[in-house]
Design a protein. Sequence first.
Lengths: 420, 420
Amino acid sequence: MSLLVTGARVVATPRGRAAVAGRDQGHLEMSPGAVVRCEGADVVFVGDRGEHDRSFAPADEALDAAGGCVVPGFVDPHTHLPFAGAREDEFDRRLAGETYAEIAAAGGGIVSTVAATRRAGFDELLALTLARLDRQLLTGTTTTEAKSGYGLELETEIKQLRVLREAGRRHPVEIAATAMPGHEVPPEWRHDPDAYVELVVREIHPAIAAEGLAEGVDVFCERGVFSPDQTRRLVADAARFGWRVHLHADELCNLGGAELAAELGAASASHLLHVSDAGIAALARAGVVAVALPGVSFFLRDRFAPVRRLVDAGVAVALATDCNPGSSHTESMPAIMALGCLGAGLSTEEALTAATLNAAAALGRADRLGSIEPGKQADLVVLDAPSPKHLVYHFGVNLVRHVVKAGRVVVRDGRKLAHS
Amino acid sequence: MSLLVTGARVVATPRGRAAVAGRDQGHLEMSPGAVVRCEGADVVFVGDRGEHDRSFAPADEALDAAGGCVVPGFVDPHTHLPFAGAREDEFDRRLAGETYAEIAAAGGGIVSTVAATRRAGFDELLALTLARLDRQLLTGTTTTEAKSGYGLELETEIKQLRVLREAGRRHPVEIAATAMPGHEVPPEWRHDPDAYVELVVREIHPAIAAEGLAEGVDVFCERGVFSPDQTRRLVADAARFGWRVHLHADELCNLGGAELAAELGAASASHLLHVSDAGIAALARAGVVAVALPGVSFFLRDRFAPVRRLVDAGVAVALATDCNPGSSHTESMPAIMALGCLGAGLSTEEALTAATLNAAAALGRADRLGSIEPGKQADLVVLDAPSPKHLVYHFGVNLVRHVVKAGRVVVRDGRKLAHS
């Protein structure tokens, strides 16, 4: 099966098979008027139409970009997709000035999502997750990371990850599943967090690994959650299973989370609002992708991660939604790109690299995803816009017209196709 | 023709036939499980299904809200819709730290939009405007204000307003057209702004009035643009034609714009980033609607209007996109509501009133639009969300499922209907 994308005003993409760090992150390859040829799941040609026609037979299928621009499918490298329950009331209480601590003391906060997710049946959680994947796909995301971590007990952690496995079978969005029993100390273990850590090591991680439900591990290293030593214990355990390492680091205060991510060989460190200069240098040296989550800063009316300092120090920056019900309730990568630029200070080109190639690198997929070039998988978004700058410049409206995943058209004219 | 909207989890609306000011702005009427009956263009019943069925014959048409919530169609009370040209390059230069003054000196800024709009043919400008109206409608806007002001000469001001008249005939979104030759002093009159003001009074306003192309006037009262005295001259002239008065006030500095709006009996004053306490008191006393434009603050990385001080002082606050290519390039009222809450500090309920009833009041239409109650026009939005809080809480994705304008379904399942 071959597909030819024609009629693009421009094909805009970062290039390479690894994260792009520092000032190079703002450099996109712009191919005005280029066509994109896909064979099976992969891109085989990007370039001039005449050259294509001399080299290839007519394609089985055509997709007309109609003067729009073509960019790589977005990769969302940090989400908490499989959750139940909403927290809009708590949200308004925060807008009115209540603190997270006050809300948590009244039974709100993450504990309420844990309770709702534990209660939810498999089918309910699957339906909620599929609906979120639809919203991701319609806003241009073709690959997403998704974490457990609202179970904090064996049964529910497994349920969340089985939901992700089933969702990945049914939905065109590719899912990278991450085990995160280290998201929070559950209420029943608050008296003895170390005992919970040992429970994770003894039972939860091995059960997840036994079913092959995860390819990565994530831990929330934070004061009052998991200490650096507890984080080391959980990550060292995950090494038994070959899991890629991610950390929630330096979000609420500086615990040296970035330095720890570098020490542990993490693929990515997220949040980083309070990262130090030493932490930034450690990320740059170790090649850890810094995942900025500007939706959280917007949602919590907090500061933004220092993305300019990170880029200027030679760190590869990615962007993610952190989609979750308590601190960033959105599936839209274009919304996050707008916040990454207008809130945090990236350029639109840096934001596009952050939402594609660097995000793929955070998931260990930069060899296959995140850019439009021969040999990579054909994950493409056709925008109803003359340039990728409009993803940020024309904010608040959905410019995604068509989406191609692995060489197959899965969204056409803003609609998910039935076979998808 | 009758229409019955069923299946709503809740119908949520402000109430009344005038702007709601102060703390009352945050009070919505919530009718769980209510149906909405429309006859012709109007709402005739909101309430219990059983009561409806006892009082009315079966409706000609049904619309199933499917567990979503029903809110009034959004009213966008401040836009510059009919423009040509984009300014995304300038946008990235600002992100990189260049000032507006530097960009304007290099031929950018409003002057570049004026040049592009003067060059654009009628059909081109109409097509651009219709595309923007589509994006408004798909994000839930059923009525929009739209200004001239990128002509700054007779021919182009008339062209912009004729485009709006024609667009209003073709498109379901209702348009309130505003004459704004007082948007800027055009380059060719920079040597003598008073002479430009006299040209507007002598030729441009009368020509607009002669064709009945506007129902309001707006002036940008600002240092380096139009002084308070020049603004008085333009507004006094507009009184000849019975035009409603709007002002761009206290945006870049405090010139007493809010006080002037009160003095001139304006229906609305927009921007207000630098409004003084005296100006706020004047707005409250005179019943001028304060139109906050948080998209501009976001886009320009500037402060937000002091919406909390305005609400607390008893001013009625509305929200608008200010859709324009230089300082807020979006058509989405939900995006603006999110910024009005998470940026500026409104509650979600206040933001909904600001985007409906108070916005209608800013356009002199609160007697007919802006709330869901018997006797008002049936302009409705069905959201794919359990409560209106999700308009802000679930930001960045389009939750608008169906739209009804004047009793007619014009958007179904996120698609504009062909007859519209």
